[in-house]
Design a protein around this ligand. Sequence first.
Ligand code: 5GP
Length: 220
Amino acid sequence: MSKGILLVLSGPSGSGKGTILDAYKKDHPVYFSVSNTTRSPRPGEIDGVHYHFITREAFEEKIASGGMLEYAEYCGNMYGTPRDKVEEQTEKGVNVMLDIETVGAANVKKACPEAVLCFVVPPSMEVLRHRLTRRGTEDEETVNKRLTQALTEIERIGQYDYVVINDDLDKAVADFADIVATAQLAASGKSLTAEEEAHLSELKEKSAALKAAVKKEFLL
Ligand code: 5GP
């Protein structure tokens, strides 16, 4: 039995990565890693389901004992992936997904070079701004902070293997599912058919073209 793949999904606030993951999980067997965090639960969040909410001391102890596959600080709080569950599930042949920010994603790639890194972006600057403002509950300063944070994350798009543009949700979920299936096939060690090889190259080329387009749209 081949090992499960480790899939990292990142994307700025407003990219819709959470919605893509939720839709994907409905139809595909996957283990979704529950992170440790030092931030407080938001209304409706359940300990052990959305996060393991732990103290900074407990977080530091886990780092010291090697229990964290990766960790990073984000907006003043610590977030980290528990190592044991990820290893246990991939060993069992189950695909594991991490929803983490860009610094943690780079650390996963260092620790596990075979991990597949995927980045979700909104289709345009206009849509990003619209998604960040649509709740209408934040003042302009907060919206601008979230926008700056989003752009900082988009600047790190180069480290990702694949890019998904979230314009139409169904299409984005289908693109993501295609990437996971193709990456899994490539990681299986089986020899690929000419058609499978061609599809893998096509996905890589498409992502390279999308990275260039995203840089032009958001960063220049
Ligand atoms: P939130 O506080 O909104 O739930 O998450 C803030 C950011 O932290 C999101 O970009 C989320 O993907 C990221 N995050 C969640 N868990 C982890 C983790 O275990 N490690 C890292 N590096 N980032 C995480």
